[in-house]
Ligand binder design. Structure first.
Ligand code: 5AD
Ligand code: SF4
Length: 441
Protein backbone atom coordinates (compact mmCIF):
# COMPACT_ATOMS: atom_id res chain seq x y z
CA UNK A 1 0.00 0.00 0.00
CA UNK A 2 2.86 2.36 -0.69
CA UNK A 3 1.73 5.80 -1.86
CA UNK A 4 -0.71 6.22 1.05
CA UNK A 5 -1.09 9.50 2.87
CA UNK A 6 -1.24 10.05 6.62
CA UNK A 7 -1.97 12.77 9.14
CA UNK A 8 -0.99 12.67 12.80
CA UNK A 9 -2.11 14.89 15.67
CA UNK A 10 -0.23 14.78 18.95
CA UNK A 11 -1.48 15.55 22.45
CA UNK A 12 0.42 15.61 25.75
CA UNK A 13 4.01 15.76 26.83
CA UNK A 14 7.34 16.02 25.06
CA UNK A 15 7.72 12.24 25.18
CA UNK A 16 4.58 12.02 23.07
CA UNK A 17 5.78 14.73 20.69
CA UNK A 18 9.00 12.82 20.19
CA UNK A 19 7.22 9.46 19.86
CA UNK A 20 5.24 11.04 17.02
CA UNK A 21 8.49 12.14 15.36
CA UNK A 22 9.61 8.51 15.46
CA UNK A 23 6.25 7.21 14.21
CA UNK A 24 6.27 9.73 11.33
CA UNK A 25 9.78 8.61 10.35
CA UNK A 26 8.79 4.96 10.44
CA UNK A 27 5.69 5.65 8.31
CA UNK A 28 7.64 7.65 5.74
CA UNK A 29 10.26 4.91 5.52
CA UNK A 30 7.39 2.61 4.50
CA UNK A 31 6.28 4.93 1.70
CA UNK A 32 3.56 6.87 3.51
CA UNK A 33 3.47 10.59 2.72
CA UNK A 34 2.52 13.18 5.36
CA UNK A 35 -0.30 15.62 4.53
CA UNK A 36 -1.35 18.83 6.25
CA UNK A 37 -4.98 18.05 7.07
CA UNK A 38 -6.99 15.03 8.20
CA UNK A 39 -9.31 15.65 5.23
CA UNK A 40 -6.46 14.94 2.80
CA UNK A 41 -5.23 11.82 4.63
CA UNK A 42 -6.11 8.17 4.20
CA UNK A 43 -4.58 7.17 7.53
CA UNK A 44 -5.41 9.44 10.49
CA UNK A 45 -3.54 8.93 13.74
CA UNK A 46 -4.06 10.51 17.13
CA UNK A 47 -1.19 10.20 19.57
CA UNK A 48 -3.04 10.69 22.82
CA UNK A 49 -2.56 11.75 26.43
CA UNK A 50 -4.52 10.60 29.48
CA UNK A 51 -2.72 12.47 32.26
CA UNK A 52 -5.92 14.32 33.19
CA UNK A 53 -9.52 13.71 32.25
CA UNK A 54 -9.65 16.79 30.01
CA UNK A 55 -6.70 15.59 27.96
CA UNK A 56 -8.37 12.23 27.53
CA UNK A 57 -11.66 13.75 26.35
CA UNK A 58 -9.90 15.58 23.53
CA UNK A 59 -9.25 12.47 21.48
CA UNK A 60 -12.84 11.26 21.73
CA UNK A 61 -14.03 14.69 20.60
CA UNK A 62 -11.70 14.47 17.61
CA UNK A 63 -12.85 10.97 16.74
CA UNK A 64 -16.49 12.13 16.83
CA UNK A 65 -15.72 15.02 14.49
CA UNK A 66 -14.40 12.68 11.83
CA UNK A 67 -16.73 9.76 12.38
CA UNK A 68 -18.62 10.36 9.15
CA UNK A 69 -15.34 10.10 7.19
CA UNK A 70 -14.93 6.43 8.08
CA UNK A 71 -17.33 5.67 5.26
CA UNK A 72 -14.99 7.36 2.81
CA UNK A 73 -12.35 4.67 3.28
CA UNK A 74 -10.29 6.50 5.85
CA UNK A 75 -8.42 4.50 8.47
CA UNK A 76 -8.27 5.79 12.04
CA UNK A 77 -5.68 4.87 14.64
CA UNK A 78 -5.37 5.79 18.32
CA UNK A 79 -1.84 5.72 19.71
CA UNK A 80 -0.31 6.70 23.05
CA UNK A 81 -1.62 6.80 26.58
CA UNK A 82 -5.40 6.72 25.98
CA UNK A 83 -4.87 3.77 23.62
CA UNK A 84 -2.94 1.88 26.27
CA UNK A 85 -5.40 2.77 29.03
CA UNK A 86 -8.67 2.11 27.21
CA UNK A 87 -7.43 -0.69 24.94
CA UNK A 88 -10.06 -2.53 22.91
CA UNK A 89 -12.84 -0.54 24.57
CA UNK A 90 -11.96 2.17 22.02
CA UNK A 91 -13.28 -0.08 19.23
CA UNK A 92 -16.66 -0.12 20.99
CA UNK A 93 -16.77 3.57 21.72
CA UNK A 94 -15.50 4.56 18.28
CA UNK A 95 -16.17 1.67 15.87
CA UNK A 96 -14.47 3.49 12.99
CA UNK A 97 -11.08 3.08 14.70
CA UNK A 98 -8.90 0.29 13.26
CA UNK A 99 -5.66 0.58 15.24
CA UNK A 100 -5.15 0.93 19.01
CA UNK A 101 -1.54 0.88 20.19
CA UNK A 102 0.36 2.13 23.24
CA UNK A 103 3.92 3.45 23.17
CA UNK A 104 5.42 0.22 24.51
CA UNK A 105 4.29 -1.45 21.24
CA UNK A 106 5.76 0.98 18.72
CA UNK A 107 8.66 -1.40 18.13
CA UNK A 108 5.97 -3.51 16.39
CA UNK A 109 4.69 -0.62 14.29
CA UNK A 110 5.83 -2.16 10.98
CA UNK A 111 3.98 -5.38 11.74
CA UNK A 112 0.83 -3.48 12.75
CA UNK A 113 0.92 -1.50 9.50
CA UNK A 114 1.18 -4.73 7.51
CA UNK A 115 -1.99 -5.93 9.23
CA UNK A 116 -3.80 -2.67 8.46
CA UNK A 117 -2.62 -2.83 4.86
CA UNK A 118 -4.00 -6.38 4.64
CA UNK A 119 -7.42 -5.04 5.59
CA UNK A 120 -7.51 -5.98 9.27
CA UNK A 121 -9.77 -3.46 11.02
CA UNK A 122 -9.03 -4.46 14.63
CA UNK A 123 -5.26 -4.13 14.99
CA UNK A 124 -3.85 -3.75 18.51
CA UNK A 125 -0.52 -3.25 20.27
CA UNK A 126 -1.31 -3.29 23.97
CA UNK A 127 1.28 -5.45 25.73
CA UNK A 128 3.30 -3.65 28.41
CA UNK A 129 5.49 -6.68 28.91
CA UNK A 130 8.55 -5.38 27.13
CA UNK A 131 12.22 -4.73 27.77
CA UNK A 132 12.66 -2.87 24.51
CA UNK A 133 12.90 0.82 23.74
CA UNK A 134 11.62 2.31 20.48
CA UNK A 135 14.75 3.24 18.55
CA UNK A 136 14.56 4.02 14.87
CA UNK A 137 17.02 5.54 12.39
CA UNK A 138 14.07 7.20 10.62
CA UNK A 139 13.00 9.77 13.28
CA UNK A 140 11.62 12.91 11.56
CA UNK A 141 12.38 15.81 13.88
CA UNK A 142 10.23 18.92 13.58
CA UNK A 143 12.79 21.43 14.82
CA UNK A 144 16.06 21.70 12.84
CA UNK A 145 18.14 23.00 15.76
CA UNK A 146 16.78 21.46 18.96
CA UNK A 147 16.42 17.69 19.06
CA UNK A 148 14.63 15.45 21.52
CA UNK A 149 16.50 12.29 22.45
CA UNK A 150 14.87 9.53 24.53
CA UNK A 151 17.17 7.97 27.14
CA UNK A 152 14.63 6.05 29.23
CA UNK A 153 11.06 4.92 28.66
CA UNK A 154 8.36 3.98 31.17
CA UNK A 155 8.23 4.61 34.90
CA UNK A 156 8.73 2.36 37.94
CA UNK A 157 7.40 4.82 40.52
CA UNK A 158 3.83 4.53 41.71
CA UNK A 159 2.63 8.04 42.51
CA UNK A 160 -0.93 7.64 43.71
CA UNK A 161 -2.42 10.08 41.15
CA UNK A 162 -0.50 9.08 38.02
CA UNK A 163 -1.49 6.96 35.01
CA UNK A 164 1.96 6.88 33.44
CA UNK A 165 3.14 3.55 34.91
CA UNK A 166 -0.04 2.04 33.44
CA UNK A 167 0.27 3.70 30.05
CA UNK A 168 4.00 3.62 29.38
CA UNK A 169 4.99 0.45 31.19
CA UNK A 170 8.09 -0.38 33.22
CA UNK A 171 11.35 1.56 33.05
CA UNK A 172 13.67 0.66 30.21
CA UNK A 173 16.95 2.56 29.72
CA UNK A 174 18.77 2.72 26.41
CA UNK A 175 22.47 1.82 26.34
CA UNK A 176 24.85 4.76 26.71
CA UNK A 177 26.51 3.76 23.41
CA UNK A 178 23.21 4.05 21.58
CA UNK A 179 22.40 7.44 23.18
CA UNK A 180 25.88 8.82 22.42
CA UNK A 181 25.77 7.52 18.84
CA UNK A 182 22.46 9.33 18.31
CA UNK A 183 23.85 12.51 19.89
CA UNK A 184 26.86 12.40 17.54
CA UNK A 185 24.59 11.85 14.55
CA UNK A 186 22.48 14.84 15.61
CA UNK A 187 25.57 17.05 15.91
CA UNK A 188 26.67 15.97 12.42
CA UNK A 189 23.21 16.87 11.10
CA UNK A 190 23.59 20.39 12.49
CA UNK A 191 21.60 20.16 15.73
CA UNK A 192 23.19 22.21 18.49
CA UNK A 193 20.72 21.61 21.34
CA UNK A 194 19.68 18.23 22.69
CA UNK A 195 16.88 17.64 25.15
CA UNK A 196 17.19 14.29 26.91
CA UNK A 197 13.78 12.77 27.58
CA UNK A 198 12.29 10.32 30.01
CA UNK A 199 9.45 10.12 32.53
CA UNK A 200 12.14 9.99 35.18
CA UNK A 201 15.55 10.66 33.65
CA UNK A 202 17.28 10.55 37.05
CA UNK A 203 16.71 6.82 37.34
CA UNK A 204 18.57 6.20 34.07
CA UNK A 205 20.73 3.05 34.34
CA UNK A 206 22.90 2.07 31.42
CA UNK A 207 22.08 -1.60 30.72
CA UNK A 208 25.47 -2.13 29.01
CA UNK A 209 28.65 -3.06 30.94
CA UNK A 210 29.68 0.63 31.07
CA UNK A 211 26.88 0.97 33.65
CA UNK A 212 26.55 4.77 33.49
CA UNK A 213 24.13 6.60 35.71
CA UNK A 214 22.27 9.75 34.66
CA UNK A 215 25.00 12.19 35.75
CA UNK A 216 27.57 10.30 33.65
CA UNK A 217 25.28 10.23 30.64
CA UNK A 218 24.57 13.94 30.97
CA UNK A 219 28.30 14.70 30.98
CA UNK A 220 28.85 12.29 28.08
CA UNK A 221 26.22 13.93 25.85
CA UNK A 222 27.46 17.41 26.82
CA UNK A 223 30.93 16.34 25.63
CA UNK A 224 29.80 15.55 22.08
CA UNK A 225 31.54 18.02 19.74
CA UNK A 226 29.10 20.46 18.14
CA UNK A 227 26.49 20.21 20.90
CA UNK A 228 26.17 23.60 22.60
CA UNK A 229 23.20 22.97 24.89
CA UNK A 230 21.89 19.93 26.71
CA UNK A 231 18.61 19.96 28.64
CA UNK A 232 16.72 17.16 30.31
CA UNK A 233 13.25 16.46 31.51
CA UNK A 234 11.72 15.27 33.72
CA UNK A 235 13.29 14.70 37.14
CA UNK A 236 11.97 12.93 40.21
CA UNK A 237 13.26 14.58 43.41
CA UNK A 238 13.82 11.23 45.10
CA UNK A 239 16.36 10.23 42.43
CA UNK A 240 17.93 13.67 42.02
CA UNK A 241 21.40 13.45 43.60
CA UNK A 242 24.36 15.80 44.16
CA UNK A 243 26.19 14.00 41.34
CA UNK A 244 23.76 15.64 38.90
CA UNK A 245 24.44 19.10 40.34
CA UNK A 246 28.20 18.39 40.16
CA UNK A 247 27.91 17.33 36.50
CA UNK A 248 25.99 20.53 35.72
CA UNK A 249 28.42 22.74 37.62
CA UNK A 250 31.34 21.19 35.74
CA UNK A 251 29.88 21.59 32.30
CA UNK A 252 28.35 24.84 31.02
CA UNK A 253 26.97 23.00 27.97
CA UNK A 254 24.35 21.59 30.37
CA UNK A 255 21.68 24.30 30.57
CA UNK A 256 21.12 26.41 33.70
CA UNK A 257 17.70 24.95 34.31
CA UNK A 258 16.23 22.16 36.42
CA UNK A 259 12.59 21.13 36.31
CA UNK A 260 11.98 19.47 39.66
CA UNK A 261 8.28 18.65 40.15
CA UNK A 262 7.32 18.97 43.82
CA UNK A 263 3.53 18.37 43.49
CA UNK A 264 2.81 19.61 47.05
CA UNK A 265 4.52 21.54 49.84
CA UNK A 266 2.94 19.39 52.55
CA UNK A 267 4.78 16.30 53.77
CA UNK A 268 1.45 14.77 54.70
CA UNK A 269 0.09 15.14 51.16
CA UNK A 270 3.42 14.00 49.67
CA UNK A 271 3.11 10.80 51.71
CA UNK A 272 -0.47 10.27 50.51
CA UNK A 273 0.75 10.84 46.96
CA UNK A 274 3.50 8.24 47.51
CA UNK A 275 6.11 10.67 46.28
CA UNK A 276 8.85 9.07 48.46
CA UNK A 277 10.24 12.34 49.82
CA UNK A 278 9.30 14.87 52.50
CA UNK A 279 9.12 18.62 52.16
CA UNK A 280 12.51 18.87 53.94
CA UNK A 281 14.12 16.35 51.63
CA UNK A 282 12.83 18.31 48.65
CA UNK A 283 14.13 21.57 50.13
CA UNK A 284 17.55 19.98 50.58
CA UNK A 285 17.71 19.49 46.80
CA UNK A 286 16.71 23.11 46.29
CA UNK A 287 19.56 24.09 48.65
CA UNK A 288 22.05 22.07 46.57
CA UNK A 289 20.94 24.00 43.51
CA UNK A 290 20.93 27.39 45.25
CA UNK A 291 24.41 26.92 46.71
CA UNK A 292 25.88 25.42 43.52
CA UNK A 293 28.72 27.04 41.61
CA UNK A 294 26.39 28.14 38.82
CA UNK A 295 23.05 29.89 39.09
CA UNK A 296 20.15 27.65 38.13
CA UNK A 297 16.62 28.41 37.16
CA UNK A 298 14.24 26.06 38.95
CA UNK A 299 10.73 25.18 37.77
CA UNK A 300 8.13 22.75 39.04
CA UNK A 301 4.74 21.04 38.73
CA UNK A 302 2.05 21.34 41.41
CA UNK A 303 -1.24 19.52 41.90
CA UNK A 304 -3.91 21.23 44.01
CA UNK A 305 -6.89 19.48 45.53
CA UNK A 306 -5.42 16.00 45.97
CA UNK A 307 -7.89 13.95 48.12
CA UNK A 308 -7.59 15.03 51.74
CA UNK A 309 -5.60 18.22 51.04
CA UNK A 310 -6.57 20.64 53.82
CA UNK A 311 -6.37 24.42 53.82
CA UNK A 312 -3.23 24.10 55.97
CA UNK A 313 -1.64 21.68 53.45
CA UNK A 314 -2.41 24.15 50.70
CA UNK A 315 -0.92 27.01 52.73
CA UNK A 316 2.27 24.96 53.04
CA UNK A 317 2.42 24.72 49.26
CA UNK A 318 2.03 28.51 49.03
CA UNK A 319 4.84 28.98 51.56
CA UNK A 320 7.01 26.63 49.54
CA UNK A 321 6.54 28.90 46.53
CA UNK A 322 7.85 31.82 48.58
CA UNK A 323 10.81 29.82 49.83
CA UNK A 324 11.92 28.37 46.50
CA UNK A 325 10.93 31.26 44.23
CA UNK A 326 10.42 29.20 41.09
CA UNK A 327 10.99 30.83 37.72
CA UNK A 328 7.93 29.10 36.35
CA UNK A 329 5.49 26.40 37.29
CA UNK A 330 2.82 24.19 35.80
CA UNK A 331 -0.18 23.82 38.12
CA UNK A 332 -3.06 21.41 37.85
CA UNK A 333 -6.29 20.54 39.60
CA UNK A 334 -6.17 16.94 40.75
CA UNK A 335 -7.99 14.72 38.25
CA UNK A 336 -8.96 11.16 39.29
CA UNK A 337 -7.45 8.63 36.88
CA UNK A 338 -8.29 4.98 36.16
CA UNK A 339 -6.15 2.28 37.80
CA UNK A 340 -4.43 4.71 40.21
CA UNK A 341 -4.29 4.32 43.99
CA UNK A 342 -5.83 7.74 44.58
CA UNK A 343 -8.94 6.85 42.61
CA UNK A 344 -10.55 5.18 45.62
CA UNK A 345 -9.41 7.75 48.18
CA UNK A 346 -12.01 9.51 50.25
CA UNK A 347 -12.27 13.17 51.07
CA UNK A 348 -12.47 14.46 47.54
CA UNK A 349 -12.03 18.21 47.24
CA UNK A 350 -14.98 19.91 45.50
CA UNK A 351 -14.31 21.30 42.03
CA UNK A 352 -14.91 24.95 43.10
CA UNK A 353 -12.43 24.58 45.92
CA UNK A 354 -9.80 23.11 43.59
CA UNK A 355 -10.41 26.01 41.24
CA UNK A 356 -10.09 28.53 44.09
CA UNK A 357 -6.78 27.03 45.21
CA UNK A 358 -5.48 26.94 41.64
CA UNK A 359 -6.25 30.64 41.15
CA UNK A 360 -4.58 31.65 44.42
CA UNK A 361 -1.52 29.58 43.58
CA UNK A 362 -1.23 30.98 40.08
CA UNK A 363 -1.65 34.55 41.28
CA UNK A 364 1.11 34.12 43.84
CA UNK A 365 3.41 32.58 41.25
CA UNK A 366 2.69 35.36 38.78
CA UNK A 367 3.85 37.94 41.31
CA UNK A 368 7.04 35.94 41.94
CA UNK A 369 7.77 35.73 38.21
CA UNK A 370 7.14 39.44 37.66
CA UNK A 371 9.63 40.21 40.43
CA UNK A 372 12.26 37.69 39.36
CA UNK A 373 12.12 38.58 35.68
CA UNK A 374 12.42 42.30 36.48
CA UNK A 375 15.69 41.57 38.29
CA UNK A 376 17.17 40.49 34.96
CA UNK A 377 16.81 43.91 33.30
CA UNK A 378 20.26 45.08 32.24
CA UNK A 379 21.75 41.58 32.17
CA UNK A 380 23.05 39.94 28.99
CA UNK A 381 22.05 36.39 28.09
CA UNK A 382 22.88 34.16 25.18
CA UNK A 383 19.77 33.12 23.27
CA UNK A 384 19.18 30.39 20.73
CA UNK A 385 16.97 32.00 18.10
CA UNK A 386 13.82 29.94 17.48
CA UNK A 387 11.83 32.17 15.14
CA UNK A 388 10.61 35.62 14.25
CA UNK A 389 7.57 37.60 15.37
CA UNK A 390 6.99 39.63 12.25
CA UNK A 391 4.24 41.79 13.77
CA UNK A 392 6.48 42.96 16.61
CA UNK A 393 9.67 43.00 14.52
CA UNK A 394 11.31 40.76 17.12
CA UNK A 395 13.35 37.57 17.04
CA UNK A 396 12.15 34.85 19.39
CA UNK A 397 14.99 33.54 21.52
CA UNK A 398 15.42 31.12 24.38
CA UNK A 399 18.04 31.42 27.09
CA UNK A 400 19.99 28.57 28.63
CA UNK A 401 17.81 28.92 31.74
CA UNK A 402 14.76 28.31 29.54
CA UNK A 403 13.33 31.82 29.48
CA UNK A 404 11.79 33.30 26.36
CA UNK A 405 13.83 36.40 25.46
CA UNK A 406 12.52 38.22 22.39
CA UNK A 407 14.77 40.84 20.89
CA UNK A 408 15.44 43.34 18.17
CA UNK A 409 18.61 43.16 16.11
CA UNK A 410 19.19 46.21 13.92
CA UNK A 411 22.32 44.63 12.38
CA UNK A 412 20.56 41.53 11.05
CA UNK A 413 19.77 43.28 7.74
CA UNK A 414 16.96 40.93 6.83
CA UNK A 415 19.12 37.81 7.29
CA UNK A 416 17.51 35.06 9.27
CA UNK A 417 19.00 34.51 12.69
CA UNK A 418 17.05 31.32 13.36
CA UNK A 419 19.32 28.63 14.78
CA UNK A 420 22.03 31.11 15.78
CA UNK A 421 23.24 31.92 19.26
CA UNK A 422 22.95 35.65 19.89
CA UNK A 423 23.92 37.59 23.03
CA UNK A 424 21.03 39.82 24.10
CA UNK A 425 20.69 42.51 26.75
CA UNK A 426 17.40 42.44 28.65
CA UNK A 427 15.52 45.77 28.48
CA UNK A 428 11.98 44.87 29.61
CA UNK A 429 10.29 42.07 31.51
CA UNK A 430 6.87 40.53 31.95
CA UNK A 431 5.56 37.61 33.99
CA UNK A 432 6.29 35.05 31.28
CA UNK A 433 8.96 36.49 29.03
CA UNK A 434 11.69 39.06 28.54
CA UNK A 435 12.39 41.60 25.81
CA UNK A 436 15.84 42.83 24.83
CA UNK A 437 18.27 44.07 22.23
CA UNK A 438 21.05 42.12 20.56
CA UNK A 439 24.42 43.07 22.01
CA UNK A 440 26.46 44.65 19.22
CA UNK A 441 29.76 43.07 18.25
N1 5AD B 1 -4.23 15.09 38.14
C1 5AD B 1 -3.67 16.31 38.00
N2 5AD B 1 -2.40 16.49 37.63
C2 5AD B 1 -1.65 15.41 37.36
N3 5AD B 1 -0.37 15.28 36.96
C3 5AD B 1 -0.11 13.97 36.82
N4 5AD B 1 -1.18 13.23 37.12
C4 5AD B 1 -2.17 14.10 37.46
C5 5AD B 1 -3.52 13.96 37.88
N5 5AD B 1 -4.09 12.76 38.02
C6 5AD B 1 0.54 16.41 36.79
C7 5AD B 1 1.77 16.29 37.70
C8 5AD B 1 2.85 15.92 36.75
C9 5AD B 1 2.43 16.62 35.50
C10 5AD B 1 3.06 16.13 34.24
O1 5AD B 1 1.04 16.42 35.46
O2 5AD B 1 2.00 17.56 38.26
O3 5AD B 1 4.14 16.32 37.19
FE1 SF4 C 1 0.19 12.41 28.75
FE2 SF4 C 1 1.68 11.34 30.66
FE3 SF4 C 1 1.22 9.98 28.46
FE4 SF4 C 1 2.83 12.10 28.40
S1 SF4 C 1 3.18 10.17 29.49
S2 SF4 C 1 1.25 11.63 26.96
S3 SF4 C 1 1.79 13.45 29.89
S4 SF4 C 1 -0.27 10.61 29.96
Amino acid sequence: MSGKTFYIETFGCQMNVHDSEKVVGALMARGYAPVETPEAAELILYNTCSIRDKAEQKVFNRLQQFKRDAGKGKIFGVLGCVAQQEGEKIFERAPHVSLVAGSASYTRLGEMLVQLEAGNRRVTGLSLDTEETFETPFTRRDNPHRAYLTIIEGCDKSCAYCVVPFTRGPERSRTSESVLAEARRLAEQGYSEIQLLGQNVNSYRDPSPAGWNFAALLAGVAGVPGIRRVRYTTSHPRDFGTDIVDAMDANPVICDHVHLPVQSGSTRVLAAMERLYTRDEYMRRIEWLKTARRKYSITTDIIVGFPGETEEDFQQTLRLLDEVEYDSLFSFKYSPRPNTAALGMEDRIPEEEKQRRLMILQEKQRAIQIRRNAELIGEARETLVEGRNQALGQWIGRTSDNRVLNFTHPGANGNSLVGQYVPVRVTRSGPNSLVGEAVAG
